[in-house]
Design a protein around this ligand. Sequence first.
Ligand code: KG4
Length: 372
Amino acid sequence: MIILGIETSCDETAVGVLEIKKTKAGFFINPLSNVIASQIKIHRKYGGVVPMLASREHTKNIPIVTKKALQQAFNSEKSIDSKIDLIAATKGPGLILSLLIGVNFAKTLAWKWNKPIIGINHLEGHLLSFLLPQKAENYQLPITNSQKIFPSICLLVSGGNTQLIHVKGIGKYKIIGETRDDAAGECFDKGARILGLSYPGGPAIAIEAAKHKKQNTAYTIHNTQYRFHLPRPMIDSKNYDFSFSGLKTALLYLTQDIGPKKVKKYCSAIAYEFQEAITDVLVEKTIKAAKELKTKSIILAGGVSANKRLKEKFQERLKKERLNIKLLVPKLEYATDNAIMIALAGFFQYIKHGKKSLSWKKIEADSNLKLT
Ligand code: KG4
């Protein structure tokens, strides 16, 4: 079947077309187009997403992005509606002003074309994105042999969410831990702002941190020895929850202590320690959950899963402890927000619920939608 995916939960207007079918061996999956209009340049000067601006950009971009995605997928504009079997649109969680644009656009298409439509939880899209192949690859989904993957623990780390999810199978999710304040991506973004780096903060901090070569060095600044050590909040707590706002405050105090000139001079060393602090906590808590719940795999999902150091640390840790746990990571183009992951989640929802009750009249945006 051919699924049109639509995603506007935050600041990316994304539309994609996915071909997917059940085969004897499992599933054949072929992303036909994956178009994303990024708003990074618009929000950069504010150091974060401004909801009103995001909504205005989505309104402007969504017809253009949709047209491009359909053209790329079908090489023609003729009778496109007859080629689409299902529409899948993100209905939450996210910024309500952004969600409303995608949901209403998708509903209008479903009404006009008389197609079934499914509202998707953005987080389920991220969670399943490790299954997506690169464009134009014929591919058998690894879930064909799902007993090798599930039960799994998913570390979902994006700009708005940090959660540990116990995944017993596709569609069988239980959130076992989450952040009590800032999300990991948000922490990267706010930390970058404190250090005078650009938005989005995750990639900016990763690039700056990679320049730092002399680890564990002490620096004498204003007659005081600094090692730039930052806290690892809740790393030893008995639960699976996270907290990142204290780390951000510790970074702020450190920068105020040494002053802007020294922050600039030692920026890479501080960014390195900041990235180490965030990734140490994420790895520690996820491995603890994987061991306690005896999972067969660890799934990384969300924008922060693009972080090279995070992936490296997971690999090192699994190797060091000789844990027979697979690390499943989305390809870089599917780590951050995209519509192909929404189309994929739409496919599994469709299998679960069938065609009935998939009317455009039943879908509403929900900014606080929970993963169940
Ligand atoms: O999943 P995503 O694209 O959007 C949300 O749904 O939130 O995630 C965006 C977040 C931003 O906070 C960004 O700083 C972070 O992902 N991010 C990274 C990296 N690339 C993106 N964080 C750390 N390292 C990266 N390489």
